[in-house]
Design a protein around this ligand. Structure first.
Ligand SMILES: Nc1ncnc2c1ncn2[C@@H]1O[C@H](COP(=O)(O)OP(=O)(O)OP(=O)(O)O)[C@@H](O)[C@H]1O
Ligand SMILES: Nc1nc2c(c(=O)[nH]1)N=C(CO)CN2
Length: 171
């Protein structure tokens, strides 16, 4: 069966753009995962643990025959392959892949909670997600992506802006 999932990517250790590109390449080369939509890349101020570098964030839509836990395995293997080390909670990372949504499923275990429990309060997730799926409905979170984004305080959104490849040249 074909399933639709959304995956959020984030990185704040250089070379950030390369980490995004490599993670996308790993996803694409998986025979049972097809990337069907890809947001722009956004430069975002760190949320949570704020004493760290700015992130690049984006969201992709995928079609896959993998069940949720297998998709999580793929995401975590990509994180390991790109050299992610886990130390500070919410701290710096070479790459982070979070499953935001998987079909209409609601799952709540420590290893995997879907929809992602913090996505509705994160502008760095909702802004790229809105770009590719504005009317995606998240019943457990109280509405469609564009509604959730409208409910976020302006102050949370002001530090999320489009990132251009020109900035790669300048970096
Ligand atoms: N929807 C999900 N997507 C990815 N990981 C999840 C999800 N739900 C639960 N997890 C679990 O969360 C654990 C910690 O993930 P991670 O270290 O990436 O957290 P974090 O990125 O610091 O914080 P956050 O989860 O708020 O983005 C993972 O080991 C994974 O099993
Ligand atoms: N801007 C931004 N801030 C974060 C991010 C992230 O991807 N982008 N990820 C975090 C850990 O999940 C904590 N804080």
């Amino acid at each position: 069966m074909m399933n639709r999932a959304f995956i959020a990517l984030g990185t704040n250790i250089e070379p950030r753009y390369d980490h995004l590109k490599e993670a996308i390449a790993h996803l694409s080369k998986n025979e049972v995962i097809k990337i069907t939509k890809q947001s722009s890349i956004y430069q975002t101020a760190p949320v949570g643990y704020t004493n760290q570098a700015d992130f690049l964030n984006m969201v992709v839509e995928v079609e896959t025959t993998l069940p949720p836990y297998k998709l999580l395995d793929v995401c975590q293997n990509i994180e390991s392959q790109l050299g992610r080390k886990r130390d500070i909670r919410y701290g710096p990372r070479t790459i982070d892949l979070d499953i935001l949504v998987y079909n209409e499923e609601n799952n709540r275990t420590e290893r995997l909670t879907i929809p992602h429990p913090r996505m509705h309060e994160r502008a760095f997730v909702l802004i790229p997600l809105e770009e590719i799926a504005p009317s995606l409905i998240l019943p457990s979170m109280g509405g469609a992506v564009n509604d959730l984004l409208n409910k976020l305080p302006e102050i949370d959104k002001k530090d999320v802006r489009l990132w251009t490849q020109q900035e790669l040249v300048d970096e």
